[in-house]
Design a protein around this ligand. Structure first.
Ligand SMILES: [Mn+2]
Length: 427
C-alpha cells in the first residue's frame, strides 16, 4: 500500500489550527531569546535517517520471536514499508541494506522502486557473523580475525561483493561490524586477532572505490562474552587511522558498557575528523534494540549537542555523518517503533539547536557549573514538538504521523495484503 498526498492533506487540515497556534507561541518565545524558529525548522527538515532493511520485521531475542503480521517478505516490500515511513514523516529518505539478507535480484528495478518513494541507498552492511547456505568456510571462530587464511579471504571477498552490490544501487559506503571475538580467556591471542583483523580490513580498504567510505563499528561484547576484537571506539579509531582517509569510526549508541560517556566519544572523534556515522537505538542494560529516546533522552540530547558543536566547528573536516536507526525488538509494530525513533532523533536535534552556545561558553570560561547546567536544561526542557510538526507540515508529511498511521489502519491492511504469518528476512 501507499499513502497519497490527499490522505496527508486531509489529516493535516484537521490539525492545522492547533499547530498554527502552538508554533506561533513557540516562535515568539524563541524570538525573545534571539532565535529564529523558521531557521531551526528548516534544519530539522534536512535531517534524514536511513532505515535498515532488517528493522521492518519484528526482532527476536535468543529465546524467541513473535511475528507482528504483515511483515515484508521481500526487499521490494521492505522498500515499500520505508516508503510509508517517508510519506508519513519525510525524515526517512534512505535505506541501508544488509547483505546477504537483502540482495537485490534486479538492482535497476529496486533502484527505481526506491526512487518512486524518494528513497536513496545509504551504507551497505556486510555480514560475516553467520554462515550462509553453501558457504565453504565457517565463521564460527571469527571472520576477518580468523586464524585460517582461507576463512579470512572468504570474508574479505564477501565484503568486496557487498561493495559491488552497493555500487549498483548508488551507495557510497560500507559498514563493517564484526562479531569476531573470544568467549573464553586464552581462546585468542588478543594481539594476533587484532593484527589479522587490521590486515583484512586493509585488504578490503585497498579495493574501496575512491568516492566510498568504510565505517568500522565497535561493540564491547556479544555474541562473544570474553573479548570482542573491535571492542571500543579507540580500537575502531586505530583501525580506521591505519586503513586511511576513507575509513571512519561508526558509533552505535547501544554498543557501550553501561554509563559510558558517549557524548565525549563523539567530541573526541569529531576533533580528529574521524566520526563516520551513527547508529541510533536505546538501551537499559546491555541491550541495543530499544526505541531511540525511550530510556535515556537526556543522553541523546547531550550527544546531539556535541554533534551540533562538531558540525559548526568542523576544523578537522569531519565529513557529513551517516545517520541510521539500528534497532529491532520484539513487542512493537516495527513501523510504529520507527516513527517514534525518527521523532526522537529530531527532538534531540531540535533541543540541541536551542542551546545558547554563547552563554554556555561564558559559563564554561567562568567555571560556572550551575549556570552551564541551567543553560543545557533550559534547552532540553523546551517543548520543541511544534517545530517538528511544522517541519513535517512544510515538507508535505503528516503533522502527527503515528496518529495518521493508526487511523489509516496501515498494519491491518498490510496483514490483509501479505498475510498474518509472514516473516521478514533478518535475525
Ligand atoms: Mn549497529
Amino acid at each position: 500500500m501507499r499513502i497519497d498526498a490527499s490522505q496527508i492533506a486531509d489529516h493535516n487540515k484537521k490539525l492545522l489550527g492547533g499547530q498554527r497556534e502552538a508554533y506561533a507561541f513557540l516562535q515568539r518565545q524563541l524570538a525573545r531569546k534571539g532565535m529564529n524558529a523558521d531557521k531551526i525548522t528548516g534544519q530539522l527538515a534536512g535531517l534524514q535517517a536511513a532505515i535498515p532493511s532488517w528493522a521492518l520485521g519484528a526482532g527476536g531475542t535468543r529465546f524467541g520471536r513473535f511475528s507482528i503480521g504483515g511483515e515484508p517478505g521481500s526487499l521490494e516490500q521492505k522498500i515499500d514499508d520505508i516508503g510509508l515511513l517517508h510519506a508519513l514523516t519525510r525524515s526517512a529518505g534512505a535505506v541501508s541494506l544488509h547483505i546477504p539478507w537483502d540482495i537485490p535480484g534486479d538492482a535497476r528495478a529496486i533502484k527505481e522502486r526506491a526512487a518512486s518513494h524518494h528513497i536513496v541507498f545509504d551504507a551497505v552492511n556486510s555480514n560475516t557473523f553467520q554462515d550462509q547456505p553453501g558457504q565453504e568456510h565457517s565463521y564460527k571462530f571469527g571472520s576477518l580475525c580468523h586464524t585460517d587464511e582461507a576463512v579470512r579471504e572468504q570474508a574479505i571477498r564477501h565484503n568486496l561483493e557487498v561493495v559491488g552490490t552497493g555500487k549498483e544501487l548508488g551507495s557510497k559506503s560500507i559498514t563493517v561490524w564484526l562479531a569476531d571475538g573470544a568467549s573464553f580467556p586464552g581462546q585468542h591471542n588478543l594481539r594476533g586477532a587484532l593484527q589479522r583483523t587490521l590486515d583484512s580490513l586493509k585488504a578490503i580498504y585497498r579495493h574501496l572505490p575512491d568516492d566510498w567510505r568504510m565505517y568500522i563499528e565497535y561493540k564491547p561484547y556479544e555474541p562473544n562474552f570474553y573479548s570482542t576484537v573491535i571492542q571500543d571506539w579507540g580500537t575502531s579509531y586505530l583501525l580506521a587511522t591505519e586503513c586511511g582517509d576513507k575509513a571512519y569510526t561508526l558509533v552505535d549508541l547501544g554498543h557501550h558498557l553501561p554509563n559510558t560517556n558517549i557524548e565525549q566519544i563523539v567530541a573526541t572523534l569529531m576533533m580528529k575528523g574521524k566520526l563516520g556515522g551513527f547508529h541510533f537505538n536505546d538501551s537499559k542494560y546491555g541491550d541495543d534494540d530499544l526505541t531511540v529516546g525511550s530510556i535515556k533522552p537526556y543522553q541523546l540530547f547531550l550527544i546531539f549537542n556535541e554533534l551540533v558543536y562538531g558540525m559548526e566547528n568542523n576544523t578537522a573536516n569531519n565529513p557529513p555523518l551517516a545517520w541510521m536507526i539500528d534497532a529491532s525488538h520484539n513487542v512493537k509494530d516495527p513501523l510504529e517503533d520507527l516513527i517514534q525513533s525518527l521523532e526522537a532523533i529530531r527532538l534531540a536535534y531540535a533541543q540541541a539547536l536551542l542551546i545558547d552556545n554563547k552563554a554556555l561558553e561564558e559559563a564554561q570560561a567562568d567555571n560556572d557549573a550551575t549556570r552551564a547546567q541551567e543553560i543545557l536544561q533550559d534547552a532540553f526542557r523546551t517543548d520543541v514538538r511544534p517545530l517538528l510538526r511544522e517541519a513535517r507540515l512544510r515538507s508535505g508529511a503528516a503533522i502527527e504521523p503515528l496518529a495518521l498511521y493508526r487511523s489509516l489502519e496501515v498494519r491491518k491492511k498490510l496483514v490483509r495484503e501479505r498475510g498474518e504469518k509472514t516473516v521478514a528476512t533478518g535475525l
